[in-house]
Design a protein around this ligand. Structure first.
Ligand SMILES: Nc1nc(O)c(N)c(N[C@@H]2O[C@H](COP(=O)(O)O)[C@@H](O)[C@H]2O)n1
Ligand SMILES: [Zn+2]
Length: 364
């Protein structure tokens, strides 16, 4: 049932920030009588939809929910009260809500009302479902994912910068799917100029056409006038810049509907702070090696997703996915945790989590 909750929750992936993805299932004698998920911040919580579907069959029922029911008045009233009012008997919770407005309070309120509460069922999966929300709430910044595709010899392009395509079609389609679950994607000046990416989800499935906010970090504004990313018909674009870059390009892209925001110091940290302010929970770094290294060094990358293609392109000057981190010894290498490896046809996806950087190891 908790796996079903997670599946329901995921149907709103990319659309709930700053809120979490949550799914809820209500059962009577093992039979599902109501289901729901949280579709969007400002709309009712998953429990409310499931209770509506169950109606009077919620009396004496067991409720499964991937996140602790809330007990606060936010954009919506407390779910704990709704569950008490519906006279459910038992609530099975995936994980405690890290939001300090809830954080154990919902569970305590249900127990106080005489409802049996079981906590921590499929907890690891529930935590993974909401790694963006957890990062946002606990660290006041979005969860950063660095994604790249490289050849077997560690190159993301030829020495001339040509990169279409490193990975196979199935891997690229998985990236489109990934984009549809993110709130923003960041690239730098060179990626716009060299790759001309659209950075959309290409409407991966009928029920998920969500496109994240596309963010270009550009100090110089030495950007092409013609680029797919300036077409804001299907997805918005934000250019973060510093100082007085090229005023001509600035005017031209603004005329097309692109938002330009000058900041004092254009760094990955400042970009992520701005995206946090805008409500983002999960941010994808699809940038080149220099920006990727800066993002890692500033602790703005929590997860790495590396697509590896069995190709060898060679070339001493061919770019690699991560630029200079200032390390000179292999013992300084950043090791990923919870590593998984998945075959996608003849390509591989290796992913894992980065420890937060120790300030004495990485130059900032
Ligand atoms: N248990 C649960 N189910 C949901 O469907 C939810 N969206 C939440 N969210 C929690 O409530 C906070 C948001 O409250 P409002 O939507 O603004 O009323 C969010 O931070 C979570 O703590 N919980
Ligand atoms: Zn709630």
């Amino acid at each position: 049932m908790m796996q079903r909750c997670i599946q329901l929750a995921r149907s709103a992936a990319g659309r709930t920030a700053p809120n979490p993805m949550v799914g809820c299932v209500i059962t009577q004698q093992g039979e599902i009588v109501g289901e729901g998920f949280h579709p969007k911040a400002g709309e009712p919580h998953a429990e409310v939809f499931a209770l509506r579907a169950a109606g009077t069959r919620a009396h004496g029922a067991t409720v499964y929910v991937s996140l602790e029911p809330c007990n606060h008045y936010g954009r919506t009233p407390p779910c704990a009260e709704a569950l008490i009012k519906a006279q459910v008997s038992r609530v099975v919770v995936g994980m405690v809500d890290p939001d300090p407005r809830v954080s154990g309070g919902g569970i305590a309120r249900l127990r106080e009302a005489g409802i049996e509460v079981i906590v921590g069922v499929e907890e690891a999966a529930c935590r993974q479902l909401n790694e963006g929300f957890i990062q946002r709430v606990l660290h006041q910044r979005p969860f950063g994912i660095l994604k790249y595709a490289m050849t077997l010899d560690g190159k993301i392009a030829t020495p001339q910068g040509h990169s279409a395509w490193v990975s196979n079609e199935a891997a690229r389609s998985q990236v489109h799917q990934l984009r549809s679950t993110c709130d923003a994607i960041i690239i730098g000046t060179h990626t716009v100029a060299r790759d001309n990416p659209s950075l959309t989800s290409h409407c991966v499935s009928q029920d998920n056409c969500h496109n994240p906010l596309r963010v270009v970090m550009s100090r110089s504004l030495q950007l092409p006038v013609e680029a797919q990313i300036w077409d804001v018909t299907h997805a918005p674009t934000l250019v973060l810049t510093q100082g007085n870059g090229n005023p001509q390009i600035l005017q031209q892209i603004q005329d097309q509907g692109v938002e330009v925001l000058p900041v004092d110091q254009l760094t990955p940290q400042v970009a992520m702070a701005e995206l946090y302010r805008r409500g983002c929970a999960t941010v994808l770094w699809e940038c080149g090696g220099t920006l990727a290294a800066a993002a890692i060094a500033q602790g703005m990358v929590q997860k790495v997703m590396a697509f590896i293609a069995p190709k060898v392109i060679g070339g001493v000057g061919a770019p690699s996915p991560v630029g200079n981190l200032g390390f000179s010894r292999m013992s300084q290498a950043l090791e990923l945790n919870q590593v998984t490896c998945e075959a996608i046809g003849t390509n591989f996806l290796i992913q894992g989590y980065l420890e937060p950087p120790k300030s004495d190891e990485i130059p900032r």
